[in-house]
Design a protein around this ligand. Structure first.
Ligand SMILES: [Fe+2]
Length: 137
């Protein structure tokens, strides 16, 4: 059962960004389900790794688009990505070391971050991509 839901407020009206974000929400639900079903560390390690990898790949795609159009908000946007990436990698490290457990609060934090980032920052990026007529779909 998913607990995080995609909705129209999350759409930035760029096909590649929207589809990436939708997939990130799905992955959060996959991690949640694994956690909720009491799956063992092997499964949790693997679903968490998928989430981490996909997050990084998605950020890279956005950053590549920004660089291609010499986006003026690049540095600030990348800084947001870097901060979250560092946080997620640290969380994963502590999880793998057995220092912390995965919790709903943690997943909720990631969802809230994504929501906030999309609304405040990715929406501007999608608009700039549209104005630049950059071929990113
Ligand atoms: Fe972004």
């Amino acid at each position: 059962m998913p607990i995080f839901f995609w909705n129209d407020n999350l759409k930035v009206k760029n096909r590649f960004i929207d589809s990436d974000h939708r997939h990130l929400v799905e992955l959060l639900n996959v991690v949640y389900d694994a956690m909720n079903q009491g799956k063992g560390p092997d499964v949790l390690d693997s679903v968490l790794e998928d989430l981490v990898q996909y997050t990084q790949a998605h950020f890279k795609r956005e950053e590549d688009a920004m660089q291609r159009m010499q986006y003026e908000g690049y540095a600030a946007h990348k800084e947001e990505h870097d901060k979250l990436t560092a946080k997620v990698l640290e969380m994963q490290k502590r999880f793998l070391a057995g220092e912390v457990k995965l919790t709903v609060d943690l997943l909720q934090f990631l969802f809230d971050w994504l929501f906030d980032h999309i609304i405040k920052i990715d929406t501007q990026l999608a608009q700039a991509i549209k104005e630049a007529k950059l071929d990113v779909k």
